[in-house]
Write a protein that binds this ligand. Structure first.
Ligand code: NAD
Length: 372
């Protein structure tokens, strides 16, 4: 029997996704098991959240961190940030495993071994408090409130998504006016709730669903959203805009076939289960998809902007620019897959940025000041 019968061929996967570095870590004292994946540092050091999740297998964790970190490269590049792309995952031993300072500090020490090449932040299962705990061991963390800084990025993610929706409306030839629109939001958590609030303030009717009933009730009671009946499927509701704000992989051949919306624009990462096929399928059905890493870049812009020393005004301007970035990507898609157009858009920015860096002799990019 092979010693590692189910572990995928990591180097082959890295080659196919284009990763620079993937590191595995085990801390014997706390039991922490974690992976950090750096997809690209072509444009600079790489900032990406840390996800705590009870993965069914190590393969699932590896797959998640590879896909998420690749997306971060495109997200940073498309947003015009001098940043690479990376992400990390913590493999929880079970779903209810509580976050502790000891675990977070162990993760912080792991992050520190990258000496700033990787900068951690929050993601699913990681709070500003957890970021501050990590920051007790490394200065390369954003998203905390006391030891590190930046705080919760979700208000900025929601605002960026709202801006992206404006570009989608304009692209479909509609008035950029939410007052007669119905938007369906899957997941009213940190980003979904704030997006619902912006939409309600702009006059839209908002239909919501959440597997956590109190979270859904809050959106109904505080914002006047309408909860979807248990017998209904949000992805088959006749709405103007569908906003996936919960999980990745929600758009596949089956869900796309049942969609009755005109626009898909949400905060969730990796919304397309099979990026090539699903991007094409949406285009063929005439449904405008705002590529996830363009629509949900607001939080990254906020934390990366602070890390890079941008002013509040510069950061706000960049989040406003998500509308223009979305418009540019949609225009470039020429009626084909907008997901593919967004990747081409990001890759062009990476190539241009990397060439500029080389011309300027910018050194190794690790922020050490060398000209090597
Ligand atoms: P969150 O955990 O605060 O909220 C997610 C919500 O979705 C929860 O309330 C959960 O109960 C609900 N949910 C889970 N499965 C569901 C299902 N099948 N149907 C309906 N609801 C379901 O997370 P968040 O920070 O709002 O992030 C949401 C998504 O956006 C994630 O994919 C995340 O990676 C992505 N994202 C978040 C940010 C950010 O700033 N927080 C930035 C970029 C991308």
């Amino acid at each position: 029997t092979p010693r590692f019968p189910v572990v995928m061929n990591v180097l082959e996967e890295m080659q196919s996704y284009g990763h620079e570095r993937v590191a595995f870590h085990h801390d014997a004292k706390t039991g922490l098991k974690a992976i950090i994946a750096i997809h690209s540092t072509a444009l600079g050091n790489a900032l990406g959240g840390t996800r705590r999740w009870a993965y069914a297998s190590e393969n699932d964790a590896l797959f998640d961190v590879l896909r998420l970190s690749e997306g971060m490269t495109y997200k940073a590049a498309a947003s015009g940030l001098a940043m690479g792309g990376a992400k990390s995952v913590i493999i929880m031993p079970n779903a209810g495993h509580q976050p502790t300072e000891a675990e977070a500090r162990a993760m912080g020490r792991f992050v520190d071994t990258f000496a700033g090449r990787y900068i951690a932040a929050e993601d699913v299962g990681v709070s500003p408090q957890y970021c501050d705990w990590m920051a007790l061991e490394t200065k390369h963390v954003m998203g905390g409130n006391t030891v590190s800084h930046g705080g919760d990025p979700s208000p900025f993610t929601a605002l960026g998504c709202f801006n992206s929706m404006k570009a989608c409306l304009a692209h479909t030839g509609r008035k950029v006016d939410f007052s007669n629109l119905t938007v369906a939001i899957q997941g009213c958590g940190a980003t979904g709730f704030k997006l619902a609030k912006l939409l309600r303030q702009a006059g839209a009717a908002v239909l919501v669903t959440d597997v956590h009933v109190p979270t859904m009730k809050r959106a109904v009671e505080e914002l006047g959203c309408v909860a979807l009946g248990n017998d209904k499927n949000l992805f088959e509701e006749k709405v103007d805009i569908l906003a996936p704000c919960a999980l990745g992989g929600v758009l596949d051949a089956k869900t796309i076939a049942g969609l009755k919306c005109q626009i898909v624009c949400g905060t969730a990462n990796n919304q397309l289960r099979n990026p090539n096929e699903d991007g094409e399928a949406l285009a063929k059905r005439g449904i405008l998809y705002s590529p996830d890493f363009v629509a949900n870049a607001g939080g990254l812009i906020r934390l990366a902007g602070l890390y890079l020393g941008m002013t509040e005004a510069e950061i706000d301007h960049k989040i406003t620019e998500i509308e223009h970035t979305t418009a540019a990507v949609l225009a470039q898609s020429g009626g084909g897959s907008t997901g593919a157009a967004a990747i081409a858009f990001a890759k062009a920015k990476i190539a241009a940025g990397a060439a500029k860096k080389q011309m300027a002799g910018a050194g190794c990019g690790a922020g050490c000041g060398c000209k090597a």
